[in-house]
Design a protein around this ligand. Structure first.
Ligand code: P6P
Length: 340
């Protein structure tokens, strides 16, 4: 006797996007179509991430040959290939940018240019792949400057402040694959059900706890921090601070952020003031800091730079521009701002 399982009644991402589209009278379905191509790529990358580490799979450098004598490529280059190929032909993008590619990615000849742009980090945290740590894909979608134009998009269409994002999200390849996104009406999370190949709505209204006990920072960089930042970290670890803290740092932005989104806390990546390693911070503004900031704010959190500027107000000047990032629970970021 067949039983309807609870997950059989869950809403799929496709249904969710169509319902959101129906709420907008001017919606043409372009965004829904764009997202369906992104979701397809996420499923393909999930398949390879889940197998990474097996003999004939994608690991390490791209100079090796697998057992069939095929050239292997690094998983992040593979993810870049899958996402950019799937997205470039969706007909609703006018230009793309990827962490893996230096220049703009134009829509191939013969394919329609649409009114959206996307900037993507195809596989963030990929240095952790060999140790089987959770990694992720981060994406940021804007509307082009002239939404009526049918011409190829430009760098200016990509270089927009984060508060103008139409959608920001990430895919986390962890114990399960989750897709977390916001279109400006809060944050929703979908979990991939491998048994039916669908992302199902598992977290309908994600809210970042107002305050948390977790702080995430790479303390190995302590000696490169400014004295003010060193003092802040010392303070939150001291008994003067009125709450117990737990240090949690995975070294994979999506994993660190996702945990803090669920449990509360603060993630910090400041700049190095004593070396030229990361004088402006390590994370990339366009496809790491800005999308994560959008999600954080939509979930009730905050996201600022080491100087206290709102991340979403920064206007990027270059595709791969770096920024500092202090993101997390509202009260924890406010405490940072008051201290600094
Ligand atoms: P570090 C991964 O390389 C990454 O870009 C982010 O995912 C992560 O938060 C950060 O760098 C980790 O950097 O210097 O602490 O190893």
């Amino acid at each position: 006797m067949m039983q309807v399982k609870p997950q059989d009644n869950l809403i799929s991402l496709s249904q969710f996007l169509i319902e959101e589209q129906l709420k907008l009278p001017y919606a043409t379905g372009g965004f829904t179509a764009l997202m369906s191509h992104l979701v397809y790529a996420a499923k393909v990358v999930t398949r390879e991430v889940r197998k990474a580490g097996l003999l004939d799979n994608i690991l390490g450098s791209n100079s090796t040959q697998n057992v069939q004598g095929e050239t292997q490529m690094k998983l992040d280059e593979y993810a870049d290939r899958i996402f950019t190929n799937a997205l470039s032909i969706c007909g609703h993008l006018c230009v793309m940018a990827s962490e893996e590619q230096e220049d703009l990615i134009h829509i191939p000849e013969g394919y329609k240019c649409g009114k959206y742009t996307i900037a993507i980090d195809p596989l963030d945290g990929s240095s952790n792949i060999d140790s089987n740590v959770s990694i992720g894909t981060i994406f940021s979608i804007h509307r082009r400057q002239d939404i009526e134009a049918k011409t190829p998009g430009t760098k200016e269409d990509l270089l927009q402040p984060g508060h103008k994002q139409r959608c920001a999200g990430y895919i986390i390849y962890g114990s399960s694959t989750m897709l977390v996104l916001s279109t400006g009406n809060g944050v929703v999370g979908f979990t991939l059900d491998p048994s039916c190949g669908e992302f199902l709505l598992s977290h309908p209204n994600m809210k970042m706890p107002e305050s948390g006990s977790i702080y995430s920072v790479n303390e190995g960089n302590y000696n490169y921090w400014s004295p003010e930042f060193q003092n802040y970290i010392k303070h939150i670890k001291s008994i003067e601070d009125d709450k117990p803290r737990s240090a949690r740092y995975i070294g994979s932005l999506v994993a660190d952020f996702h945990r803090n989104l669920l449990k509360g806390g603060i993630f910090l990546y400041p700049n190095d003031t004593k070396s030229n390693k990361f004088p402006n911070g390590k994370l990339r503004l366009l496809y790491e800091s800005a999308p994560m900031a959008f999600i954080a704010e939509q979930a009730g959190g905050m996201a600022v730079t080491i100087k206290g500027e709102r991340i979403l107000d920064l206007h990027p000047k270059e595709l791969h521009e770096r920024s500092t990032l202090i993101v997390g629970s509202k009260k924890d970021v406010e405490q940072f701002l008051n201290f600094i």
